[in-house]
Write a protein that binds this ligand. Structure first.
Ligand code: 5GP
Length: 113
């Protein structure tokens, strides 16, 4: 059985969030600990633990998450932004429900730490 994460509790409405977008496939909300003036998380409603667990039949969903990120970036008046998906603990993943970070509103250095 998949263990419920904080994001499932946000999806069910048990824990509040600052929502910026919702549709049949995903929910987007502001990160509680923003790393930039704009820091939004885009999560699929389907509980996929990480990109490692995504399958061929998630292709449409994964594309939708990226296109939604671009749509939200436009809504937030971002010209430049970064999208990040951390996969696995050593890559910085702390919540094991697939999510895409949309980060912008300041200059971003590369490479990330
Ligand atoms: P990860 O490190 O797994 O890639 O990203 C998880 C993100 O979720 C972090 O940036 C963290 O600040 C955010 N986060 C964790 N718990 C909550 C919460 O309860 N509400 C919101 N809005 N963001 C959260």
């Amino acid at each position: 059985m998949t263990q419920e994460t904080i994001f499932e509790r946000i999806l069910s409405g048990e824990i509040p969030c600052s929502e910026v977008h919702q549709d049949e496939l995903c929910l987007a909300f502001r990160d509680i600990e923003p790393q930039a003036p704009i820091h939004i998380l885009i999560i699929p409603k389907k509980p996929i633990k990480s990109l490692r667990e995504a399958h061929e039949n998630d292709q449409n969903l994964l594309g939708h998450l990226l296109l939604t990120a671009a749509k939200i970036a436009k809504q937030e008046n971002l010209k430049d932004w970064r999208t990040v998906i951390n996969t696995g603990e050593k890559a910085g993943q702390t919540v094991f429900h697939l999510h895409l970070h949309l980060i912008g509103g300041r200059s971003l250095s590369w490479p990330p730490g």
